[in-house]
Design a protein around this ligand. Structure first.
Ligand SMILES: [Zn+2]
Length: 170
């Protein structure tokens, strides 16, 4: 069973009776309701949020290209790592990433988050220079450098979808 857009899709083996399918759906009603509500909220958000114009996105990216390298340069020695190239992207999927070569990518939308949130993402990616995973050792390192991490991460979880939706289609 999956939610696609705002539709529920139930896959069943051939010859499954209608009653069996109904029973299955009934048993999972709670799950369906929660996920449908989330999907609908997401769809609505896409329509109602302010869509950034290309100029606004360019402006964010320009600012990000100035600010983010400074934050990376500040935190890298605290984490105790080196890094490669820093690239600013407009993305609807992620806030940052770190390649095995140490090249860092950051989403230009980070310029719309509070500075502590931006810093938490910077520290997260820099800590991947030590641990290329999300293990407990990785998070221990993140928390050593940035004790406030969980709170900032929560902010991103709560507001991230809305910010990403500002990039609109494409
Ligand atoms: Zn990560």
């Amino acid at each position: 069973m999956e939610i696609r857009g705002t539709k529920v899709i139930v896959r069943a083996p051939l010859f499954t009776s209608r009653e069996e399918i109904d029973r299955f759906v009934n048993q999972h009603r709670k799950w369906i309701e929660t996920h449908l509500k989330k999907a609908e909220a997401r769809e609505q958000l896409k329509e109602t949020v302010h869509k950034l114009t290309p100029e606004e996105v360019r402006d964010l990216a320009d600012r990000a290209r100035k600010v983010i390298p400074e934050r990376v340069a500040y935190y890298a020695p605290l984490v105790g790592v080196t890094y490669g190239r820093i690239t600013i992207r407009r993305q609807r999927s992620r806030w940052g990433s770190c390649s095995s070569k140490g090249n860092l990518n950051f989403n230009c939308l980070l310029m719309l988050t509070p500075p502590e949130v931006l810093d938490s993402v910077v520290v997260h990616e820099l800590c991947h220079r030590k641990h290329m995973n999300h293990s407990s050792r990785f998070y221990a390192e993140v928390l050593r450098v940035f004790p406030d991490y969980r709170e900032q991460h929560r902010w991103l979880k709560e507001h991230g979808d809305e910010l990403m939706a500002m990039l609109g289609g494409s």
